[in-house]
Design a protein around this ligand. Sequence first.
Ligand SMILES: Cc1ncc(COP(=O)(O)O)c(C=O)c1O
Length: 476
Amino acid sequence: MARYDEKKYITLSKTESKSIHVQIYTRFKESIESNVLKNGDRVPSSRSLASELNVSRGTVESAYSMLLGEGVFISKGQAGTFVNVPQALINNIKDPLQKSKAITSKNPNQTANNCSHVFLPGCPAYDAFPRKIWSRLASNRMRGFSANEMSYNDPMGYLPLRESIASYLRISRGVACDTEQVVITNGYQGALDLICKTLKLTGENVWMEDPGYIFATKLLEDIGAKIVRVPVDEDGMIVSFGVKNAGSAKLAIVTPSHHSPLGMTLSWSRRTELLEWASIRDSWIVEDDYDGEYRYSGYPLPSLKSLDQYDRVIYAGSFSKTLFPSLRLGYVVIPQKLVDEFTKKLYLLRANYSFKAQLIVNDFIAEGHFSKHLNKMRGLYAERRELTSQCLTEILGERINITANKNGMHFVAKLHANDSDVDISKAFNELGHGIHPLSNWTSDPNQKGLIIGFTNVINKKTAELAAIGLRDCFVR
Ligand SMILES: Cc1ncc(COP(=O)(O)O)c(C=O)c1O
């Protein structure tokens, strides 16, 4: 095992535009890339490196936390911190900044797989997922490989899973639905794609909350829908604005339980207005209930669908938040009136997403792990939310103002008018993070903020180190 001679390899420059912890981070990556540091080598303790380089220990810890967050380093408790990069991956980490630029230029939305999860919004806690249980269920299912499993399956989805979802929704979200109304989709994005195709939304007016979920907006733009941005206030979507400006829209997309991204709930009166509008105009409503399970005070609010006496709401849920996103599984509850049209479309598409995964998810629900996991995550996320908002407030002080509501898996830290959320996010993400600037999610130039996830903030240290990194991006 090599001893890393930090004096020889880490030279810091006060004139370089990068802050000191980023320089340390970059030097380590360069050392790994040039094979000076190899997989399994122990790196100096933060205390000794700080004293060698004559910088504060916190500065070194910031750099280490980025490297740990990316999995380039691994901490083995008392034994120390080690390089954790298999040789095969070394080429992929050559120049992190160049790499992130290359990725950004190809696909501006692609961050999730290439960044630390610490503040990444919209991801469940990966450290708290019951992997052992999942692995057991998955290996049981992988062993069985019947002809039926290998064949084309029901495009509506695995029937027992649809039944499990229907009964879960009836009890937990107040959605009165039959199994025939439930279909399995390729996550929420796949659900929206299916809805766009079935309702033939190209060229049609569609209401979107403003600000609103960026990936839904982009999909609608892509299929050529005419997006009508409907502003939100503390009661959620301002329905009267939509009615006045595009009353004949074919669809409205809303996040009633926890507005994405600002976090308020759609008030009772707005729910009523929206349902009445849809009923009078024969329009449809998509209820995106992406994280409605996570409410940390009081009971989860009933879904909009539970009030839908006119049968106008298409309810969409996703296992991305309750289990994990790489499953790519979601579900839709189709209004009775649309079941035939959706069924035809699903058969046409020969849809059938991740069939093995559907079997495993159903076992996970049937054995009671799903509800246990959700209960546990509610407690954990409430703690992590508190911890993250406290640390950010302590470290960033008056620079930010965190939205007050206490639901979901992210919050928005509002910024002052003279701070650019785009520049700050860009600088922070170049360090390997994955936060989103609010202004990319809205047409309103006055709304500036950072959309920050807290579910993967595993302890105070992690929160502090990431918050210090973020603070440095304000002054650059
Ligand atoms: C508003 C919103 N809806 C839905 C989803 C779930 O998307 P998917 O199921 O495609 O992963 C997310 C994920 O971040 C989201 O933020």
